[in-house]
Ligand binder design. Structure first.
Ligand SMILES: [Zn+2]
Length: 273
């Protein structure tokens, strides 16, 4: 067979075996409505930073610990339908870094330059296998995914309400930015999580698949089986806390184990004093 014809044959064969990428407009992916089985959950460690500033009132964030735990609870309510749990590794209240450099960048490029907000993230608390959310008071957008594991969200976020949407903006904006962090692009269907500026929270099956594949590749992500292997120490207390937050058949056992580990740590603390 002449070489040219072999080439064409190869093209035809490849075209017939390569699955076509689903066009979201032609074949809509079904909404993810069921929380998957407990064992299928992936836990992504999350470090939350509340940035404070005396110099920059627009940065100085006033969110209280209760706000963060309420917001994160709702973020997880959204993401549990994808079998993804955001495990709070720590909550850092910290002064914004390099304020003078930030002011210079803002004066030079204007408030629309969102990349400059990265300057405010203290370097020492960036070292971490997981994703970061930085809360600030106010900027030109509700939130932005800056790449490299970092997003910024304004505590003064406002959204357009849509039917079935969430009751407050902050969890939705945080969950949306984390969606970008898991490789999801915008999908402007109003009532879904990746639509811009609405209270929608819906993820579809395609988005769940993409986000989970992405999560599996992230350094720091742990499966339920990984977390269960941890038996002793501070890490075990944290890991069993995350396991106790995942809905499903393993939750009660995890709560019990978490309480036992906490009690054990408390009694050994006393023994040392
Ligand atoms: Zn977005």
């Amino acid at each position: 067979m002449p070489l040219v014809r072999v080439g064409w044959l190869l093209v035809i064969v490849l075209a017939s075996v390569t699955p076509l990428r689903a066009d979201p407009d032609e074949a809509p992916s079904p909404d993810a409505t069921e929380v998957p089985k407990y064992e299928e959950f992936l836990v992504i460690p999350l470090r939350v930073h509340v940035l404070t500033s005396k110099e920059l009132p627009e940065v100085d964030c006033k969110l209280a610990d209760e706000d963060i735990s309420r917001v994160l609870g709702k973020v997880n309510g959204i993401w549990h339908k994808a079998g993804i749990h955001w495990g709070l590794e720590s909550l850092r209240r910290e002064p914004a870094a390099e304020e003078e450099r930030f002011k210079l960048a803002r004066d030079l490029s204007g408030p629309g330059n969102l990349g400059m907000f990265r300057i405010l993230a203290p370097r020492e608390s960036r070292r971490f296998d997981g994703l970061h959310v930085y809360y600030i008071h106010k900027f030109a957008v509700n939130g932005v995914w800056l790449g490299d594991g970092v997003c910024f969200v304004q505590e003064t976020a406002k959204l357009r309400p849509v039917e079935g949407g969430i009751d407050e903006p902050l969890p939705r904006v945080s969950a949306h930015e984390l969606g970008h962090g898991l490789g999801l692009p915008h999908r402007q269907n109003r009532t879904n999580l990746l639509a811009s500026g609405t209270t929608g929270t819906i993820l579809n099956a395609t988005e769940v698949k993409i986000a989970r594949e992405y999560a599996e590749k992230l350094k720091g992500t742990k499966s339920v089986a990984d977390l269960r292997k941890s038996a002793e120490g501070d890490e075990a207390i944290l890991y069993w806390k995350w396991l106790a937050e995942i809905p499903g058949e393993g939750q009660d056992e995890a709560k019990k184990r978490h309480e036992e580990l906490q009690a054990k740590a408390a009694s050994s603390d006393k023994a040392e004093k």
